[in-house]
Ligand binder design. Structure first.
Ligand code: 5RP
Length: 219
C-alpha cells in the first residue's frame, strides 16, 4: 500500500510531463509541490527560472539552483503547478492550508495553464470540509470574522502564523460551498480581506491525482 506521500510524489512526477519549451514556470507551495521542485532539478537547464508563490518554495528552488524570477519581470506564464487542499468535480479548489493562498492566486491568475497535483484524499463532491483559509489585513481580523459568521461559517484565527505578506489567516469551518464562484466573490468583497483560498473563478485546468491504482487525470 503506497503512503500518502508516495501518492503526492506520483502526482508531482506526472506534472513533469507538462514541461515543454517554457523558459519560465510558476511554482506553488506545499509538500506535493516540494516533490515537483525536487524533480525539477533534472530539468533546470531548460528553464530561465521560476516564479514562486511563497518564501518556502523560493528557498527550495534556489537550493537546487533554479533562479527565482519576480512576476513583474516574467510577463505571462505558460504553466503553473500547485497543490490543493480540496478539489471538486469542476476542478474548483480550496487552497491555503500552508498559508500561501494570495501569492498562489496571483500566479495562477497570471498563468495560461494551471496544473494541480494532489493525492486522492483531496477529491470531494462539495468543497468546505477543509476549513477555508481567508487572508486578512491584521487590523480587520475581528470585523472580517463577524462578517464571515453572517455568511454561515465559523472563523478561527490561525494564531502564531503570519503570511509571507505580513497578514493574518482566518480558517472558516462548517461551510458547505454549493456555489463556489458566488462564495468567492462574497468573501473577497469584505473590507479587510486580502484573498479567500477558494479558486473558483480561476479553477485548475488539469488535476493530476495520485491514487493507489495509478495516476488519474481530471480535465
Ligand atoms: C499552500 C497550499 C497547498 O497547495 C495545499 O495546502 C496542499 O498542500 P500539500 O501539497 O502539502 O498537501 O495551498 O498554501
Amino acid at each position: 500500500m503506497m503512503s500518502q506521500d508516495g501518492l503526492k510524489f506520483r502526482a508531482a512526477a506526472a506534472a513533469i510531463e507538462y514541461l515543454d519549451d517554457q523558459r519560465i514556470i510558476g511554482v506553488g507551495t506545499g509538500s506535493t509541490v516540494n516533490h515537483f521542485i525536487d524533480l525539477l532539478g533534472d530539468f533546470k537547464s531548460r528553464l530561465d527560472g521560476a516564479v514562486s508563490s511563497s518564501e518556502a518554495s523560493t528557498e527550495r528552488l534556489k537550493k537546487i539552483g533554479i533562479p527565482v524570477i519576480d512576476l513583474n519581470s516574467a510577463g505571462s506564464i505558460d504553466l503553473y503547478v500547485d497543490g490543493a487542499d480540496e478539489i471538486n468535480p469542476s476542478l474548483q479548489l480550496i487552497k491555503g492550508g500552508g498559508g500561501a493562498l494570495t501569492r498562489e492566486k496571483i500566479v495562477a491568475a497570471a498563468s495560461r495553464q494551471f496544473v494541480c497535483i494532489a493525492d486522492e484524499s483531496k477529491l470531494v463532491d462539495v468543497l468546505g470540509s477543509f476549513p477555508l483559509p481567508v487572508e486578512v489585513i491584521p487590523m480587520s481580523r475581528s470585523f472580517v470574522a463577524r462578517e464571515l459568521v453572517r455568511l454561515g461559517g465559523q472563523p478561527e484565527w490561525r494564531k502564531d502564523f503570519v503570511t509571507d505578506n505580513g497578514n493574518d489567516i482566518l480558517d472558516l469551518h462548517n461551510l458547505s460551498i454549493v456555489d463556489p464562484p458566488n462564495m468567492e466573490k462574497q468573501i473577497n468583497s469584505i473590507a479587510g480581506v486580502v484573498t479567500v483560498g477558494l479558486f473558483a473563478s480561476r479553477p485548475a485546468d488539469v488535476v493530476l491525482v495520485g491514487t493507489a491504482c495509478g495516476l488519474q487525470k481530471l480535465t
